[in-house]
Design a protein around this ligand. Structure first.
Ligand code: AMP
Length: 288
């Protein structure tokens, strides 16, 4: 497994893999790898790709220096994990390598897809993600790139940036990997104390309450949102940020539920910001 520190090394390593006949599968991560990340590597392995994992805690997508500093890092163990998973290469640049001029003069800004949810509650976050993903895809060149549904809005932004900006990559969506109690795996879970860890399950419980309401016939989005908010509100260790019912492609809030929707929640548990989401398909109810 090659460990690459510079953009030039990534470009030439990707070109060499391709000229040897490989299809590249890029898995972009911020490290502290867990089974959720590994599921993306495994999906790429199943497709027969030569896997390139990037590990970069991207300062551009963090609002506060404190959050950036607190983000868990464990490069030694990540490299062994990637090696064991059969990755061909790992790209681990420094911030100076990725942004040699410091603050970039041009960034990729999601339009309507970045208006709500993460876009509204974390100003600059989706721009930071879209910018670093564009850079990584440009460096790697023709590839498949694997993203988790765990970060659903990010996934949709990446899909659209590839389509709208004619980037030569096929985006593959992978399902969210969860703990047995429903908590979505996240590198940030390592920062939770035992009581906070228990409280964090409220995110998935809220999504299940929303799904239950829709499956029981509720078609007003506000009513489903208040079911989800209630589950978050009664958990005293958690500060809700949003609980929404969105059009799954446009990531816009909807009023009436008449087909597939995406339920999205975010909350703070102590110092840790957690997000989760769930797709629900409400078949149109012709009797109503
Ligand atoms: P991150 O390191 O958090 O930036 O995540 C890197 C990639 O792994 C993104 O495409 C995430 O959506 C994906 N990912 C993170 N957690 C999970 C999970 N629990 N299940 C599936 N994919 C995940």
């Amino acid at each position: 497994m090659d460990v690459l520190g510079t953009r030039a090394e990534l470009r030439s390593s990707a070109a060499a893999l391709r000229s040897a006949g490989a299809n590249i599968g890029l898995v972009a991560t911020m490290g502290s790898l867990h089974a959720g990340h590994l599921s993306l590597v495994e999906a790429a392995n199943r497709n027969g790709d030569s896997v390139v994992v990037s590990i970069f805690v991207n300062p551009l997508q963090f609002a506060s220096g404190t959050d950036l500093e607190a983000y868990p890092r464990d490069l030694g163990s990540d490299l062994s994990t990637c090696e064991a998973a059969g990755a061909a290469a790992v790209f681990t640049p420094t911030a100076e390598e990725m942004y040699p001029e410091g603050e970039p003069g041009v960034v990729v800004v999601p339009a309507s897809l970045g208006k709500h949810y993460e876009g509204a509650s974390r100003p600059g976050h989706l721009e930071g993600v879209a910018t670093v993903v564009t850079k990584l895809l440009n460096l790697v060149g023709t590839c498949r790139s694997y993203f988790g549904e765990k970060d659903y809005q990010q996934l949709m932004v990446v899909r659209r940036l590839v389509a709208d900006l004619d980037v030569d990559a096929a985006i593959v969506a992978c399902p969210t990997v969860r703990e047995p109690d429903g908590l979505a795996l996240s590198s940030r879970n390592a920062l939770l104390g035992a009581k906070q860890r228990a409280a964090a399950t409220a995110l998935y419980r809220a999504l299940e309450a929303g799904r239950g309401a829709i499956e029981a016939g509720e078609r007003e989005a506000w009513a489903v949102e208040s079911e989800m908010s209630h589950v978050l509100d009664i958990e005293s260790r958690l500060v809700p940020i949003y609980a929404g019912v969105a059009d799954p492609a446009r990531l816009m809030p909807i009023d009436e539920i008449a087909g597939p929707v995406r339920l999205l929640v975010a909350a703070e548990v102590g110092p840790v910001r957690l997000i989760d989401n769930l797709g629900v398909d409400a078949a149109p109810d012709l009797d109503r």
